[in-house]
Structure formats: structure tokens, C-alpha cells
Design a binder for this molecule. Sequence first.
Ligand SMILES: NC(=O)c1ccc[n+]([C@@H]2O[C@H](COP(=O)([O-])OP(=O)(O)OC[C@H]3O[C@@H](n4cnc5c(N)ncnc54)[C@H](OP(=O)(O)O)[C@@H]3O)[C@@H](O)[C@H]2O)c1
Length: 305
Amino acid sequence: MTAAKNGVAVVTGATGGMGRVLALALARRGMHVVTVARAPQRARELRDEIARDGAGSLEVIPGDLSHRAGIHAATAAIRERHDVIELLINNAGAHYGEHRLSADGIEMHVAVDYLAAYGMTVLLASQLRSGRARVVNVASDTLRDTRRLKGGGQPRPATLDIEALGDLALLNPTAGFVPFEAYARAKLLTVIAGYALARTLAGEVTVNAVHPGIVATDIIRDVMPAALRPFGGLLRRAMLTPEQGAAAALRLATDPDLDGVTGRYFVRDTDTPTPPVSYSVDVQTRLLATTDRFLESGTQSFRNG
Ligand SMILES: NC(=O)c1ccc[n+]([C@@H]2O[C@H](COP(=O)([O-])OP(=O)(O)OC[C@H]3O[C@@H](n4cnc5c(N)ncnc54)[C@H](OP(=O)(O)O)[C@@H]3O)[C@@H](O)[C@H]2O)c1
């Protein structure tokens, strides 16, 4: 068991972009940061940088959150080492330019941009309760508007096939697959599940989601329309830096003014409503039932709190 003077923060996706900034900032506040990394060497370089800083520390758990076994293995390793977690930032995310399936046969956006965050939260629920923790889900405002180029006209929120909620493998099917919409739908699922988790964990753990802004990180390379790629360098200069982008999640994670605030979605610092479907308790209940069943079928006993 690792002693943590200023608390334990689990931050996924700390190998680059905003996650790296978040891990550094929390460690500078003296927290013991735990991350799960597919490329542990990159995370270990960050661990060494944090160690030189002398305040907090970074613990690296090698792992891949794109499949059920990876989520179970990572959370089991964290539970083994930590009884109390004060903060979970579900920051890992990805955008895929084509239809791809995870090792479990789940479309990759659903797997990485939704299931990993949900799985981390429910499989660490007992430790989060003990820490009276905050959970911050890094979402994306594409869930409110899936248009990549916004000229005039109305926003086009992410859509959801309610029938597909009975089976995760039906979400984001090959037919009619549009990568950016698939990414947005997965982020919408994260927000929907977050609203439900905010209710079930109320009084013990807060759960909020945030859109960080348009930030010059690796994911932008995958998101940028081909027509704009020649201007990539120029466009990146107009975007937020990873430090500026991470500030919104960091505020949700640490600002004392937000004590007890839960079940909200923020566009950077602004509390913002999400598409009506996200508030449907029926939709939330169906999604959680299906996801719990999926996670449970990969283990003997999955809920630990
Ligand atoms: N940049 C933006 O404009 C923007 C806007 C809205 C929302 N967001 C969201 O912000 C979050 C952070 O993204 P970023 O912009 O900082 O992008 P990034 O630099 O690409 O970072 C993504 C992180 O997620 C990790 N990751 C991806 N797949 C993973 C997997 N299967 N298992 C474990 N870790 C995995 C990556 O690890 P590897 O090093 O192994 O790839 C990386 O550390 C994401 O959730 C993204 O959707 C970004």
C-alpha cells in the first residue's frame, strides 16, 4: 500500500496532451498520481520528471483501457495498492478515422471514450467513496454539435439509437459510420452515465464532465478534416495549449468552490445543458444495465462498492 500524504489521484491518459499536464499539476500539489499507460516508458519519463520536482509522485500501471480485460486488470492493480482515492480524472480518449472494433467486439470510440471511463468509476467505486472523491470525465462538446465545420445553421447534437442500448456491440455500427459522430456519441454516453452515477454516488462522490476547449494535442491530428491538414500548423497556433485546456478539468478536480457540485457538464468553466436524451432516466438506466452486464461478464464479481 503506497502512503499518500496529500491524497491519491487516478488520471488516465497521462502519457501526453492534457493528461500529462494534469498529472504534473496534481503532483506539484503533493498528490500521489496513478496512471494507466499503454506506453509505460513515456509515463515513466513523466514519473522521473515528477520525482525531480520533489512534491508528489507518479505511479505507472501498464495497461490498455480499450478492452474489458484491460479495465479489470488496471482497476484490480489500483485497488490492490490503494484503499482510498480522492480524485479520478477519466481523461484517456481517442478519435479513430475508421470503424474499428476492440478486442471485445465493441466499436473503439464506445470502448475508449465511454467504457473505459465508466469502468474505471464503477470498479473503483468503493475506494472513491472512501476518499469522498471527485470524478471528472473529460468529454467533448461534439456531443452538443457534431458539425466539424460550423458555418451558419443549427447545431447538430449527437444522436443515440435507443434500441442499441440493449447491447454495446450495436452502438456505432458500420452502417452509416461517421467517425466524428461516433466519437461524439461515445462522449454523450459518458455524460449520460455520469448523470446516473452522480445520483447513485450522491453525498459521497461527485461526478462531473467537462469540455476542455479545442486544444493543440495529438488527438487533433486525427480529428482534423483532410482539407484543413495543410494548414495544420497555423490552426494549432489558434488553439488552446494543453496547459490552457487542462485548466478546466483541473478546476473541476480541485476548486473548493465546487465542493458538492455534481451531475453537471461544463464547457470549460461554464455549466452547460446537454441534449435532452441525456437527462432521460430511462435511457440512463438502460445504458447502465447493459454496461454493467458487459463488465460483469468479464469477471466473477465486479462491483466492489
Ligand atoms: N484536444 C482537444 O481539442 C479535445 C477536445 C475535446 C475533448 N478532448 C478530450 O480530452 C482528453 C485528452 O485528450 P488530449 O487532447 O490530451 O489528446 P491526446 O494527447 O491524444 O491524449 C490522449 C491520451 O489518452 C490515452 N489513451 C488513448 N487510448 C488509450 C487506451 N486504449 N488505453 C489507455 N490510454 C489511452 C493516450 O495514451 P497513448 O499515449 O498510449 O496514446 C493519451 O495519453 C480526451 O478524452 C479527448 O477526447 C480533447
